[in-house]
Design a protein around this ligand. Sequence first.
Ligand SMILES: [Zn+2]
Length: 337
Amino acid sequence: MRSAAFTELVGPEGVSIVDEPTPEPGRGEAVVDVEACAINRHDLWILEGDSAMVDTGDLPFVSGLDVAGVVSAVADDVTDIEPGDRVLLCPNETCGVCRFCREGPENLCEQFSLYHGGLAESAVVAADRLVALPDGVDATTAAALPTAYMTAYHMLRRAEVEAGDLVFVPGVTGGVGVAGVQLAEILGSRTVGTSSSAAKLEEIETLGLDYAVEGTDPDEIRTAVEAIGTPDAVLNHLGGPYTGLGLNLLRRGGRMVVCGRTAGGRSEIDIPDLFLGHKRVIGSTMGTQQDLERLVGLVADGSLSPEIHATYPLEATGEAFAAMQAGDHVGKLVVTN
Ligand SMILES: [Zn+2]
């Protein structure tokens, strides 16, 4: 079987098609014929050599978390799924025995890590991480869900967003931002999002963004958002200067959930504003398998249509990463077989 492996950590040129033996399932595992695998910033950071998780000693490395396809084989001890089942992988890897695995939520697991290996024709996965796909949900659509939509959904839950709330999403054109806008609309809340690109903001307005603010300067954004309203919640995947901005804009008792550091791994916050305003800053990574099952349900009943910008054949995986690096798009990039 072929895979689109990272053979050098130099960016999109570092992707090569390599041939490997078709994998066999070990205990508790299933082999999935991959029909679609969405790519994420997480993969690109690895490919650019900007991830502590993978270094040149790990090459060739097959990335890809968001796998959808058809089960081709299962181990003898796997009884709840069988070859021919259409499935979506929840990429969470957990120990199963720590306090958080027992009491939940599972994404707090002390050993939490992520599956990698979907950028290939076949993937060996933990069978109990497979979510069944209803007939109406195709593999490409499903593959868009795990990382971006599951993360955004979990953030909205952590932020306790309710109908009528105003949700501030700085950097709304990223995967989590777009997902946050679409899911906030399903919850009946309103969104204000920012981007440096007027064209991309227009596109996201068609997906449900209520208020668009063009710009990247925190002070200009502050003025523009204050003219719109006072956010009840902030979805922050940027970090950097946008953490202080988000906290400052929040209403008294408001919640900001942080899931990323695209704009910087360090932020300065106004401590009196935090405690005198009874505000909350909440860290969040990924979501739970139950979140993902709910998202599949929302797609199946027609409530959610994940935004997909383009699909690429496996041999064009490098082009998909080049498109992500260029950042001219809105929506998921999906590699298909
Ligand atoms: Zn655990």
